[in-house]
Design a protein around this ligand. Structure first.
Ligand SMILES: CC(C)(COP(=O)(O)OP(=O)(O)OC[C@H]1O[C@@H](n2cnc3c(N)ncnc32)[C@H](O)[C@@H]1OP(=O)(O)O)[C@@H](O)C(=O)NCCC(=O)NCCS
Length: 178
């Protein structure tokens, strides 16, 4: 399996993956996936065909994870973890000193994956995905791109929590259960 950058031509395959991984009310529409492939940092895991997808962007010293998804039949083999590590390296190389993401509080598998990577719970976003559907905000410091230990101070002098990027790529909605 190899990880490579996603490209616009991956749209049909990534859309199919999106639909295999998320219920219709949560799956990103085609326009959003196309925008992510064109404007965000998008990586695919390929083993013959595409089995996994991760995307995010770096802004203001923060890296934001937009999505992570692995085909059901490809899960439990480290693909999700490898995609996340690769994305974090990309975001760090673009200046991100820390990463943040929202994940459904009910998504135990993903929460375990993120916790295993070093993400800590920075907040509970009540009703983030609708009535009674909460999100956890999770953050972690990123290793500097040179691999050194480096000192970290939260971007813009703020602490973690809601201190995320003040803007995101235009028209990309990130408000879904990741
Ligand atoms: C969440 C998801 C991306 C994990 O992908 P994956 O390739 O199966 O994950 P990995 O094999 O790399 O596992 C990494 C960690 O996830 C956790 N994990 C994986 N499978 C798990 C399971 N069945 N139960 C509990 N935790 C599990 C573990 O912490 C695991 O670490 P370990 O191998 O050291 O125990 C995948 O289940 C998925 O696509 N789910 C649907 C979409 C989704 O919920 N995405 C999450 C954010 S958008």
């Amino acid at each position: 399996m190899r990880i490579r950058r996603g490209r616009p031509g991956d749209l049909p395959t990534v859309l199919a993956l999106e639909r295999a991984c998320f219920p219709p009310e949560v799956a990103f529409p085609a326009e959003t996936v196309a925008l992510i492939l064109a404007e965000a940092t998008a990586l695919v895991a390929e083993g013959g065909s595409i089995v996994g997808f991760v995307a995010g962007f770096a802004r203001g010293g923060w890296g934001k994870v937009l999505t992570l998804e692995v085909l059901p039949e490809g899960r439990g083999r480290g693909v999700g973890r490898r995609l996340m590590v690769a994305l974090e390296e990309e975001l760090a190389s673009q200046g991100a000193k820390a990463a943040l993401l929202e994940v459904s509080a009910e998504n135990e598998r993903a929460v375990a994956l993120y916790a295993g990577l070093g993400y800590g719970k920075a907040g509970l976003l009540r009703g983030y995905y609708g009535p009674g559907r909460d999100a956890l905000l999770m953050t972690r410091r990123l290793k500097p791109p040179d691999g050194g230990s480096g000192s970290f101070s939260p971007p813009e002098g703020r602490r973690s929590g809601r201190a995320g990027p003040s803007s995101k790529p235009k028209n990309i909605s990130t408000n879904r259960a990741i």
